[in-house]
Design a protein. Sequence first.
Length: 429
Amino acid sequence: MKFTAVGDVIIGRRIQEDYVGFSELAPIINQGDAKFFNLETTLNHEGECYASQVSGGTWLRTDPEVLEDVQNFGFNMTSFNNNHAMDFAFDGLLCTLDAVNQSGLVHAGVGRNLAEAAAPRYLETEAGRVALIGVNASLSGQMVAGEQTERMPGRPGVNPLRVSDTVELEAADFEALKRIIQKSGINAGRDIAKREGYYGGMNDAVQYIRDVNFVLGEETRGVPKMNEKDLHRIEKAIYEAQLQADYIMISLHSHAIVGTEKEQVAPYLTEFAHFCIDHGAHAVVGHGPHLLRPIEVYKECPIFYSLGDFVLQLYNIAFAPEEFYAEYGLSSKDTVHELLKKRSKDFTIGLMEDHRMLETVIPYWETEGGKLKELRLYPVTLTRGGKRSEEGLPRLASGSAFLDDFIARCAKYGTKIERAEDGSLVCRW
């Protein structure tokens, strides 16, 4: 079977028919039988949905018709299980769900209840049947889909991989923290509620400050912990897909950052990707941090820790809720132009101003019996500057020198990358 994939599609407007990058990239994407992208926006018309009180960083929405332009590239699989799924509350999520359903795209990770959000979805191709499971590790509590009971309907939302912020402290630090918590009274309300029967899952061996858990350990370090219930549900979905599909792909959205470099992969992401493949998945396609992270081949299966951005149109927001303006000392009587100018410090910082967010690759891979046979990367750059109509849109890169750092990071994961004469990159493992 053959596959292509891209990362985040943050699309804010229609793509013009004569856009030059389309003729360069559509043939590459259409080499695949399965062709995946991450839809990182909500789809609804102006005035149709209320904005949530908080967002995934920016309140993202655009008209549903943009799906036609994305599909013109040839994509046939997607997920919008990401941190922006609830930017326009439950109505926005359901409008997006309806639009994606009507488009005919196979999608996974979002549903009208948890069972629907967690279920594998299937793409039928002449080469075989492909299962997609959508997972999100960067989410707020209101986004998680609810389970149905005999008397309660499920809640619309996403299929989560919840990760607790846990810090291990050596004994001296742990005792010092306990004294600070007791003296400050920061957890007084929580402690009273616990005595009254709430917070049933709280453990006396754990100290809490807001949403961060502190436990006794041999050294002081951060150790994020994946939710066991979520892992079991994802394992169950993979098991179900093994009966139904020839190939199983996991879409994983995560903004996790470790250390001081955004390109670094959090250890729990590697643990999770290996977990999925150990239980029967064949590929993990990561996205979220808006830049390239390394590629690993584990048990002859590819792991793309992040494929960066394929479309990035953050400056094409048409309107925003009052809360967005208020964050920057403005009001909705101001223009979006002024809002984005202030957030970006006069267009000098932010995703649109960081060259790493505008440099990516499109992977093409072939498999036999679920195992990787060939993996090739096509360098892509997004337009910044020049005509406004092309800003944030992808086109084939004229060279690959900008990928030197990415190639070095991949080597640390055992993936060697060689430059081919046609400008593509060939991966060896």
